[in-house]
Design a protein around this ligand. Structure first.
Ligand SMILES: Nc1ccn([C@@H]2O[C@H](COP(=O)(O)OP(=O)(O)OP(=O)(O)O)[C@@H](O)[C@H]2O)c(=O)n1
Ligand SMILES: C[C@](O)(CO)[C@H](O)COP(=O)(O)O
Length: 231
């Protein structure tokens, strides 16, 4: 049976409040160099020749997004939820009928503006037609401690086989819908891959890059600026 060419769609959860950033506006709209953080993230997908279309999930009351997304560059879904998991799940439901079950969905944090077309293309090429999917991640290079009371180190966690998950995390539309539909606890399902793992499946780990850090704390802004200033 002739298989049609795979289609790849980006889904950017951008409905958070950035509490840990403690800034006056949601962190995804803070400037990183000359552009707002979310615009850097969006531009990464627009610069990849492999992405058919990009969707951005924001809260229903978002008052910033319309000034960020150029007309026609992406589709804004005003269905953000109380957690990242719910925002992604709401968006997937909103796309029912628009995406086919075998379409690939690359879910990527708005808060990771250092993504570039090379990393997107590497993830897509490495995952290929894997029956599950995959995600960018970084192998742990530091010694990992388990803390006890009063910020003391009570043990060292063996780091071999430990990776720090990044995004995009890419799965076929139906699998991702089914995984998130089965997910119950947003405090446990903090990324899309964990919902897929809960089905007993093992997504591919594809080495990402430190430039693809999640901008979470105030000090992360400068780091992101340094990566985004370099060609
Ligand atoms: N209800 C939520 C919470 C988070 N996100 C998005 O998920 C990504 C990763 O989440 P995180 O870095 O935790 O962002 P915030 O939740 O905004 O940060 P904080 O936890 O500090 O409030 C971000 O792009 C964020 O906008 C979302 O779409 N909907
Ligand atoms: C999805 C993620 O970026 C993978 O590391 C991470 O789980 C997001 O966590 P957050 O607490 O929503 O920032």
């Amino acid at each position: 049976m002739k298989h049609s060419a795979p289609r790849y769609f980006a889904l950017i959860p951008a409905a958070g409040i950035g509490a840990r950033m403690a800034s006056g506006s949601p962190k995804q709209y803070l400037p990183i160099g000359a552009k707002p953080m979310l615009r850097h993230t969006l531009d990464a997908f627009l610069s990849s020749g492999l992405i058919a279309h990009t969707y951005v999930v924001v809260s229903a009351r978002d008052e910033y997004i319309d000034a960020i997304v150029p007309p026609g560059a992406a589709t804004v879904l005003r269905c953000g939820g109380a957690s990242r998991m719910e925002s992604v799940r709401n968006a997937l439901r909103a796309l029912e009928g628009e995406l086919h079950e075998h379409d690939w969905v690359l879910v990527h944090d708005a808060a990771r503006p250092g993504l570039n077309a090379a990393l997107i293309d590497k993830l897509i090429a490495t995952v290929g037609d894997d029956p599950v999917g995959g995600l960018l991640a970084l192998p742990v290079v530091d010694t990992v401690k388990r803390s006890g009371a009063n910020a003391t180190s009570v043990s060292t966690v063996a780091r071999d086989g430990l990776w720090l998950a990044q995004t995009p995390q890419m799965f076929r539309y139906k699998l991702l819908c089914d995984a998130l539909a089965a997910a119950t606890d947003a405090s446990v399902i903090t990324d899309d891959a964990s919902a897929v793992e809960a089905l007993g499946l093992s997504p591919k780990l594809v080495e990402g890059h430190p430039r693809n850090l999640k901008v979470t704390l105030p000090a992360d802004i400068r780091i992101a600026e340094m990566y985004l200033a370099a060609p």
